[in-house]
Design a protein. Structure first.
Length: 262
């Protein structure tokens, strides 16, 4: 009887125990934050787009089906990583970024209502302060993802990029939201692991000096661009894993990024 009473008394504690990491990963609700790479994938106007060449998609003489393709693309296009060396000499290349910097608790800063008013909107330090007033300080080691709402325009180049032109003429007509320098400085001070956004660049489309890239990358903070489905991720509580193609000496690369919901 005494053993039974002890077991019953422990039930609330057993029921309240956190599930193991393995159980959470196996049974968790995952959101894919990556756009598919195909003929519709958007790239910078000066970049080589994604090409897929079919090598085989047939039943071979031995009797089995065999499929294989070749692909080529610029490092920076679709959902991708910007490595710090992209804008700052001697900083980390794609293959040098530590794995633990590519995964961590997500913070979603939603500025979609403000960004809706202007394609040239920039996230200000005040937007970060407003988020912290509502949710508390951004924890050190977070992955901050900026939701501008631009993902709803993908893959319409005219609306998402602001232009369908290629080359230098296309770059001159880019219009989409990004961060301003003070916001980048604020995130550096908070020692975040990485910064992502649902637009083509962490600098807004008309930037000519890319000061946000340069400030973050000087502190070896990588960026994730063209991040998908941020409307499906809660403001806090999700966990992000963002693994790029491991290109030796790369300035970036295609990225598979996912979020484990709380």
């Amino acid at each position: 009887m005494r053993r039974l009473l002890i077991a019953v008394s422990l039930l609330p504690f057993v029921a309240c125990r956190e599930p193991s990491l393995a159980a959470r990963l196996a049974a968790g609700n995952w959101i894919d934050l990556t756009y598919t790479f195909d003929s519709t994938t958007l790239y910078w106007p000066t970049a080589e787009p994604f090409h897929l060449t079919v090598v085989s998609a047939r039943r071979v003489p031995a009797g089995y089906y065999y499929s294989a393709n070749n692909f080529s693309a610029a490092e920076h296009g679709g959902t991708h990583l910007d490595a710090p060396v992209h804008f700052v000499e001697k900083k980390r290349s794609t293959d040098q970024i530590p794995l633990n910097q590519l995964m961590g608790p997500a913070v979603i800063i939603d500025v979609s209502q403000k960004a809706n008013s202007s394609a040239d909107f920039r996230v200000h330090q005040s937007d970060i302060s407003d988020w912290e007033t509502a949710h508390g300080e951004i924890p050190e080691g977070s992955i901050v993802l900026i939701r501008t709402g631009w993902g709803s325009l993908w893959p319409d180049a005219a609306r998402y990029l602001g232009t369908t032109k290629k080359g230098a003429a296309g770059v001159a007509e880019l219009h989409f939201p990004g961060l301003d320098l003070d916001a980048a400085r604020a995130l550096v001070r908070r020692r975040v692991k990485a910064v992502g956004i649902d637009t083509p660049s962490i600098d807004y489309g008309q930037s000519a000096t890319y000061v946000v890239h340069r400030r973050l990358f000087a502190s070896n903070i990588p960026a994730f661009e063209n991040v998908a489905n941020l409307d499906k991720v809660p403001v806090t509580g999700a966990y992000v894993i963002a693994l790029p193609m491991k290109i030796g000496g790369g300035s970036g690369g295609p990225l598979r990024i996912v979020a484990l919901l709380p």
